[in-house]
Ligand binder design. Structure first.
Ligand code: FNR
Length: 367
């Protein structure tokens, strides 16, 4: 059986497509409207070339890095994606074990608010460094309760998603009348009316419009800072202007992301927005990026353009759907191995040795 294992993320995607009901595959895989940003997230990586250096002794490659004071064995992190039970009955517990198993306890899993397992259950499942992803709800008390819960369970940071004051228009979900399983983490905290009535749409859309606060603003970042001492990372920044404001607001990190092309269609591909944000932040805080990473060379390109670490969303979901915990683990391992290979073939023995000179972007060619 082992020799039939998928050899890359794309093959896992094919298996996931076969394994999942269409509604669930579409939910995981889909993006907003024309899905231009979704496609470009991946395509933009394909337009960046590598500039390898040769005759460097690459017999030892060290991929480790440090994020917010935590040593991690590789810069690849699991992104927050909701409802892993859609892919596998063990849900986020399986993902969490997969992430931790990939390198002892040091992998970081960012656990989504929409986790289909209770966060208590995930926290108890294995040792790992975990960050908690938060949305700001109309009911601030619910957001505050979730933050306190994450703090008491030993989560190390809050990832505040700021690209979702309202939900993007995901047409596949609307067509499929996607039923989003209610998160056990919101049980007893918030009820909502998910009756679609005659209005159509998806239940996820209905849930979002009932609960998310479109008045989300910089004041809420201040509010969040006032209720927690955990470091806060802002997820969903794609411009220099907002990156500068984020640093002024005292956040601990910025995540360049367009939500995997699920929110604003025609937002810039994540890797194309990275450098502008890195320049604006000017080393004040770490900058991470997610969206479209399917290869170790993609991770390498992100590091070269200034990312401290990257997050992967759908690839882990594909692994989980295809082969449960073992599949999720294999996906992370494959990406780690591919990154190691890319570093070796580019003549970089550590992540610190990966520099801007190792990539050629479209912009560079016109310079
Ligand atoms: C997401 N994403 C997401 N982001 C977030 O902040 N909170 C969430 O609950 C979710 N849920 C979610 C579900 C699914 C099925 C997907 C695919 C994505 C976005 C996610 O964190 C990340 O930004 C993207 O997935 C990165 O793009 P790739 O790696 O999927 O291309």
């Amino acid at each position: 059986m082992e020799h039939n294992l998928p050899v890359n993320v794309r093959e896992y995607q094919e298996l996931a497509k076969k394994a999942l009901p269409k509604m669930h595959y579409d939910y995981i895989n889909g993006g907003a409207e024309d899905e231009y940003t979704l496609r470009e997230n991946i395509a933009a990586y394909g337009r960046i070339m590598l500039r390898p250096r040769v005759l460097v002794d690459v017999s030892k490659i060290d991929m480790s890095t440090n994020l917010l004071g935590y040593d991690i064995p590789s810069p690849i992190i699991v992104a927050p994606t909701g409802a892993h039970k859609l892919a596998n009955p063990e849900g986020e517990v399986a993902t969490s074990r997969a992430a931790a198993a990939c390198n002892t306890i040091m992998h970081i899993q960012v656990l989504s608010f929409g986790s289909s397992c209770k966060i208590q259950e995930v926290a108890a499942s294995c040792d790992a460094i975990r960050f908690f992803q938060l949305y700001i709800y109309k009911r601030r008390d619910v957001s505050a309760t979730l933050v306190r819960r994450a703090e008491s369970l030993g989560f190390k940071a809050i990832v505040l998603t700021v690209d979702t004051p309202v939900l993007g228009r995901r047409e596949a979900d609307i067509r499929n009348k996607m039923v989003f399983p209610p998160s056990p983490n919101l049980e007893g905290l918030m009820s909502f009316n998910d009756d679609l009535g005659t209005g159509g749409g998806s239940k996820l859309e209905r849930f979002a419009s009932e609960t998310l606060d479109p008045s989300l603003s910089w004041k809420d970042v201040e509010w969040l800072k006032s209720i927690t001492s955990l470091p806060i990372l802002l997820k969903g920044v794609v411009t220099a202007e907002d990156a500068r404001k984020a640093v002024e607001a005292g956040v601990a990190g910025v995540i360049v992301s367009n939500h995997g092309g699920r929110q604003l269609d025609y937002a810039p591909p994540a890797i194309a927005a990275l450098e502008e944000v890195v320049k604006a932040v000017a080393g004040a805080v770490p900058v991470l990026v997610d969206g479209g990473i399917r290869r170790g060379t993609d991770v390498f390109k992100a590091l070269a353009l200034g990312a401290k670490a990257v997050m992967v969303g759908r690839p882990v979901f594909y692994g989980l759907a295809a082969r449960g915990e073992a599949g999720a683990k294999h996906v992370i391992e494959m990406l780690n191995k591919e990154l190691e290979l890319a570093m070796a073939l580019c003549g970089c023995r550590s992540v610190a040795e990966v520099t801007r000179r190792h990539v050629l972007t479209e912009g560079d060619r016109f310079r």
